[in-house]
Design a protein around this ligand. Structure first.
Ligand code: ZN
Length: 213
């Protein structure tokens, strides 16, 4: 592990360089970075980029630490409507929407609140929606080795809405199906049916588990 001071210095240097780059960007788009409204913009944008890309420095094992439980439960576990915000790696503008996750446990479950945290770790990076969806499914597969994992993401891309085709209401949907969700059509359909429904909380199939958090 690196000493904290060293990490802090590196982050400081990076922030400084990032600020300079933003200042240059302001000049290049025809702005005056010394005018009142823009004076603190490079600093603010640098901080914002650190936040929007913090997933690069987060350790997934630390995130999941202590939240894997052995249990006799082998029905589908679903967490749906997880909000996420990411940055499109082609344009550096946001894409955002909802993520739905399901898995079929095999002796192990994961604290439910950890699923949104996993989404957070992978979405706070430069991404394409397809890879983001796949990475979330794969890490769940790797960490709890369930009988299957399904991830569906629905998102709006500002790069499509503000520029290019300028389609305001287009939603991109991606999915990753592993194990039982890939091989068994009825499992996959059950999941897709459940995420379509608005009142999933009242469904007896919905299983709530607080874990230790
Ligand atoms: Zn884009």
């Amino acid at each position: 592990m690196q000493p904290l001071k060293e990490i802090a210095m590196k982050t400081g240097e990076k922030t400084q360089q990032l600020q300079e780059a933003i200042e240059q960007l302001l000049v290049l788009v025809g702005e005056d970075p010394t005018r009142e409204g823009l004076i603190k913009t490079p600093e603010r944008v640098a901080k914002m980029f650190h936040f929007l890309t913090k997933g690069y420095t987060e350790d997934i094992n630390e995130v999941l630490n202590g939240a894997l439980f052995s249990i006799k439960y082998d029905e589908m576990v679903i967490v749906k409507d997880i909000d996420f915000f990411s940055l499109c790696e082609h344009h550096l503008v946001p894409f955002f929407g909802k993520c739905h996750i399901a898995y079929l446990p095999d002796k192990k479950v994961i604290g439910l609140s950890k699923l949104p945290r996993i989404v957070e770790v992978f979405s706070r990076r430069l991404q394409v929606q397809e890879r983001l969806t796949q990475q979330i499914a794969e890490i769940i597969q790797e960490k709890i080795k369930p009988q299957g994992v399904a991830v569906v993401m629905e998102a709006q891309h500002l790069c499509m809405m503000m520029r290019g085709v300028e389609k305001q209401n287009a939603t991109a949907i991606t999915s990753a199906m592993l194990g039982g969700f890939r091989t068994r059509r009825e499992t996959r359909e059950e999941f897709l049916e459940l995420i379509k429904r608005g009142s999933i909380q009242r469904d007896p199939l919905f299983w709530h588990h607080d874990g230790n958090e």
